[in-house]
Design a protein around this ligand. Structure first.
Ligand SMILES: [Zn+2]
Length: 511
């Protein structure tokens, strides 16, 4: 009877979330008390405690502190507790920089690598993943298989692959997916992805679909005039697998109205049963090789040398028009090579040549640069899109602030200052939505059974510090971070523990 009353009173106190007497006797690793939970679904914040055991969230709900015995307690009152963020489009080499503090410091606990058509160890992803595991990354890592890397490995060249070659490409892709890749990335604006035609991409997408993966695409062109055609091409692959637009942008497009047209265009595919999503980084400059301003027939070192011999004037005119169209020589800021930190205009002045002559001298592969080619109002509106999530497209070494600031900037700028997003919408775009998109079933939300990737923070303290001048300044404010149940950052200090894991996509179960 006594036992019954005890249970009954527990039920009354804790409502439907009550923790049974038996559970109360158990040892927990962590008790996160008194926080405001923003659970990654986009739903309203609520007050609750969280219990963590091992690497997982074991309980979420109201708790009487007297009944709980945990190894460690953390008082989250006055703060929010959210899932760790998931970056669906990141760069970096985990064998070289497994620390990835640039990502962790902005709340990212999972990154997706193998982007833009390029991935390491095609066909031998298993071996590479084993090496990454030994390197002890601090964040979870999910991989994509790079279409361009597969194409290069099979040595297809500029033509369409032969039947034999296509078969080999299929085999390599399937091997990667069954080794755990979450899908395939394409880089259709780069060599060699740009040589791939519709049929090849559709056939590859079919392999992705059979293995429950996703095609994430740096599309054929991001120019305003080409956007619909690029989206159409991706949608065709969407008949075979889920598809996703990487770093959605409209180069030299303008205004909110144009953004709404693009979002509606994507929605219309969704009405046709095609699952299309997108990610976006919150800056109006892109970062890529200067080859992006060179014509298709002068994208490689060899082609450029050829063009210098055979049609230097056509090349000169093309570059002149392209640089002008892309907001001029001021709008290209070198991030690698001899002119790092200078704009094309400044570098040309230093060399006492015209900007176009400097590009002609350098060639398409000499440097990367930030390109200020986006309209803020347009990009801001795109970010509000319902199926649009946040990415960094950054790395620990890239000279663009997005690799250090993106996720913090979303909260500092879009939530706190501009109030364009509520905090729960922003968290959804940085955790639940990318998890659903990737098919990560055990991350992205705060609920029982999910892996304990967690953040505790005060939204007012979140700040992105990285700028184009100083792109490698860590973000501030994410002072308490847990990855797979391990406390990796407290009081703003990184603990010397690593607990990132290599995640596997659904294809791995088909091996
Ligand atoms: Zn890209």
């Amino acid at each position: 009877m006594k036992r019954f009353i005890l249970l009954l009173s527990a039920f009354i106190v804790f409502g439907s979330c009550y923790i049974s007497e038996v559970q109360a006797q158990q040892q927990w690793d962590w008790h996160i008390a008194g926080g405001t939970i923003i659970d990654g679904t986009g739903g309203k914040p609520y007050q609750a405690d969280i219990l963590v055991r091992g690497d997982s969230i074991a309980f979420v709900g109201p708790l009487d502190p007297d009944t709980v015995r945990a190894q460690k307690n953390v008082d989250a009152s006055g703060k929010v507790v959210t899932p760790g963020f998931i970056d669906p489009h990141a760069h970096g080499n985990p064998l070289e920089t497994p620390g990835f503090h640039n990502f962790l410091a902005m709340g990212i606990t999972t990154i997706v690598l193998g982007q833009d058509g390029s991935s390491p160890a095609v066909g031998e992803l298993d071996d590479w993943l084993a090496k990454v595991e030994e390197a002890n990354p601090t964040v979870n890592i999910a991989m994509l298989s790079g279409h361009g890397s597969i194409r290069a490995k099979v040595n297809v060249g500029k033509q369409n692959p032969t039947r034999q070659e296509l078969k080999r490409m299929h085999r390599l892709l399937k091997a990667d997916l069954q080794d755990g890749a979450f899908g395939m990335s394409t880089g259709l604006e780069y060599v060699p992805g740009m040589y791939a035609a519709e049929e090849e991409l559709k056939r590859m997408a079919a392999i992705v679909g059979e293995n429950d993966g996703i095609v994430m695409s740096h599309m054929r062109s991001e120019d305003d005039s080409d956007m619909e055609a690029s989206l159409d091409e991706l949608a065709q692959q969407g008949e075979f697998s889920n598809v996703h637009v990487s770093h959605l942008k409209v180069v030299y497009g303008e205004g909110e109205k144009r953004a709404e047209e693009i979002l509606n265009y994507i929605d219309r595919f969704r009405e046709q049963g095609i699952t299309m999503t997108a990610d976006i980084y919150p800056y109006s400059a892109s970062f890529t090789g200067i080859g992006i301003v060179f014509p298709d027939w002068a994208k490689t070192e060899d082609e450029w040398k050829n063009a210098l011999q055979e049609r230097p004037e056509v090349l000169r005119r093309f570059l002149k028009d392209k640089v002008e169209q892309r907001n001029g020589a001021d709008a290209i800021l070198f991030g690698s090579g001899d002119y790092t930190g200078l704009s094309l205009k400044e570098a040309a002045e230093r060399e006492k040549v015209s900007p176009v002559d400097l590009l002609i001298k350098m060639g398409p592969e000499a440097a990367s640069a930030a390109h200020f080619v986006m309209d803020q109002a347009l990009q801001d509106r795109l970010l509000m899109g319902g199926k649009v999530m946040v990415s960094s497209d950054g790395s620990p070494t890239m000279r663009h602030p997005r690799g250090y600031g993106s996720f913090a900037k979303i909260i500092r700028y879009y939530v706190n200052e501009k109030e364009l997003l509520s905090l729960e919408e922003a968290i959804y775009k940085m955790s639940g939505l990318p998890a659903k998109t990737l098919g990560l079933n055990d991350r992205g939300f705060i609920r029982e059974g999910q892996k304990a990737d967690l953040l505790i923070f005060d939204r007012e303290e979140i700040e992105d510090r990285a700028t184009f001048e100083h792109p490698h300044k860590l973000a501030e404010g994410f002072n308490w971070i847990m990855v797979n149940g391990t406390h990796v950052r407290g009081d703003g200090e990184f603990n010397k523990v690593t607990s990132g894991r290599l995640l596997k996509g659904k294809g791995a179960s088909k091996k």
